[in-house]
Design a protein around this ligand. Sequence first.
Ligand SMILES: C[S@@+](CC[C@H](N)C(=O)[O-])C[C@H]1O[C@@H](n2cnc3c(N)ncnc32)[C@H](O)[C@@H]1O
Length: 304
Amino acid sequence: MTDSKSFSLWLSLLLPLGCSPSPSGTTPASPASETRTEYTLEGSGPELYEKILVPPLFAPWADDLVNRAHLERGDRVLDVGTGTGIVARRATAIVGPSGSVTALDISPDMLAVARKAPAPAQPIIEWIEGDALDLRFPDATFNVVLCQQALQFFPDRAQALREMFRVLAPGGRIAVSSWRSPELNPYAIEFAKVVDKQVGPEAGAETRSPFGWDNQRELVQTLKSAGFSNVQADAVTLDMREPDLTTFIINDLLAYPSTGRTIASWSTAEKDALVGEILAALEKYKTGDSWTIPWVANVAVANK
Ligand SMILES: C[S@@+](CC[C@H](N)C(=O)[O-])C[C@H]1O[C@@H](n2cnc3c(N)ncnc32)[C@H](O)[C@@H]1O
């Protein structure tokens, strides 16, 4: 998953992999010892992203990003690589009716889910299908640009940042985030190590790819080269709290093309063993019935 095309493939694979309603309707609270009887999750890829990944993971990061951007009432905001729209929705609640929020993504399927998700009534979010490398907005249209966990997927990050700079008004702010390396993200590394071993190194490499743009110095330099000033980058850690880590892991496994394709033909016992091993590797993050796992990202803010 190194570019926008593979991200779309990543999502589209969830459909063929079987997103029919689960016959049991419930998911066990998930210790490794419990046996699952099926591996189907209800919903399309983007629906599952919104339902399973956004609440415990991307929503807390969206709150952090809008805080760091010091959003205010009346701001004119662009969210680039909006996905199913969590950052745009959080921004809308802050800028209020006197502001505006425009949210852009290359995937029409992600945008279809974004449009349906409940959002504050005003301002109405404008959802735009488009490429971050070629923003179709006049110069100086916005005074805040946000981009959460999308920059690492763009085939030309420098070009995307130049475009974000161009569409910002003088004095405008940008806030962007990108995961740090798998080695610094316990969920990612334990997940990838088990996938390496049980599915194969190609699948393991694929699961590391969202964590593939870890270089904070390069992030700062790319922002400066695009024209930004007052660039400040921090390694930020936020905890993911997830009571149903089994469903989270299954969604993740099915979501990666190579991994998903391979395990689709496995027996239930083999899949149980795979999920069980990942859960066991993360056992130290379990307290009572829930997991609390730290995730680390580079988050940068800057001015035009
Ligand atoms: C991991 S998701 C992050 C979504 C959202 N920002 C969030 O925090 O939930 C990455 C998003 O980047 C989008 N994307 C990838 N390449 C893109 C491009 N060239 N232009 C616009 N969006 C792109 C994908 O379609 C996907 O929705």
